[in-house]
Design a protein around this ligand. Structure first.
Ligand code: APR
Length: 257
């Protein structure tokens, strides 16, 4: 893992310029600057709601109304959030031909709102509701009213089409994400604590397939020493914005597009 002495941002820009086919893997940290709390850490959502009580499929089947207390808060907060400079920067890097896909663990839809076109929603999204009995799908904005628990036409309680603990990753998303990790030249890992599998396995898959792994996070994670080739301590909006600038206006050693 490089960082420290040389400027890790310039090192990352050089890797992005030299190796085509970068892919981004994002976590809740990229949306913190949009006002959406992360899950872990000081102000994390799991500090307020015990995930074993509020974020497992078992909890939802046992007490859907209780789980909907947490879900309502997530939907409301995400509904008022806008993309920040990091989301915009990844969209710009896609338009520049630097980043070819974003794999996101987030369910807030902010990458698409920022203009990213190839987004793999690894944990689903809050825009859809699904019936776990008859599998019917609904648009959240047309079926959910704040403070109420939405019902399917079959009478059962609907669940946002997000992956709760104990649920499998949607197979198309898992297959596409692993293919992107296996074939990318650089994996940009942004704003994830890398504690939840199988998403946290993707950086190792990329590394073992020959990609350079660049980690952007104010705090080091389990990836920093064991997987990351370059660790950039900093916020997503600041670092992604700097990368876009270096790639748009290259100076010796950072290449450019
Ligand atoms: N810029 C970049 N990273 C940040 C910022 C920021 N401004 N602020 C915080 N971070 C980092 C934190 O240091 C932390 O490492 O973002 C990470 C957020 O970690 P988590 O809250 O654990 O979120 P995430 O890694 O996305 O969680 C993965 O766990 O609970 C499940 O399904 C949920 O998708 C989620 C998964």
């Amino acid at each position: 893992m490089r960082g420290g002495g040389s400027d890790p941002v310039r090192e990352a820009a050089r890797l992005l310029a030299e190796r085509r086919n970068a892919v981004a893997l994002t976590g809740a940290g990229i949306s913190v600057e949009s006002g959406i709390p992360s899950f872990r850490g000081a102000q994390g959502l799991w500090g307020k709601y015990d995930p074993m009580e509020y974020a497992t499929l078992h909890a939802f089947m046992r007490s859907p109304g209780k789980v909907w207390e947490m879900l309502s808060e997530m939907i409301s907060v995400c509904g008022f959030a806008s993309p920040n400079a990091a989301h915009a920067g990844l969209s710009a890097l896609e338009k520049m031909g630097v980043v070819r896909a974003v794999i996101t663990q987030n369910v807030d839809g902010l990458h698409q709102a920022a203009g990213s076109r190839r987004v793999i929603e690894y944990h689903g999204n809050l825009d859809e509701l699904i019936c776990v009995y008859c599998w019917k799908l609904f648009e959240t904005r047309k079926r959910w009213v704040i403070g109420e628990v939405p019902l399917c036409d079959c009478g059962q309680i609907l669940k946002p089409n997000v992956v709760l603990f104990g649920e499998p990753i949607p197979w198309p998303a898992q297959e596409q994400a692993e293919e992107e990790a296996r074939t990318c030249g650089v994996l940009l890992v942004i704003g994830t604590s890398a504690q939840v599998s199988p998403a946290c396995d993707l950086p190792r898959i990329a590394k073992e397939s020959g990609a350079a792994v660049v980690e952007i996070n104010p705090e080091p994670t389990q990836l920093t020493r064991s997987v990351a080739d370059v660790y950039i301590p900093g916020t997503a909006s600041d670092i992604v914005t700097r990368l876009v600038g270096l790639l748009k206006h290259p100076s010796p050693g950072t290449g450019g597009h």
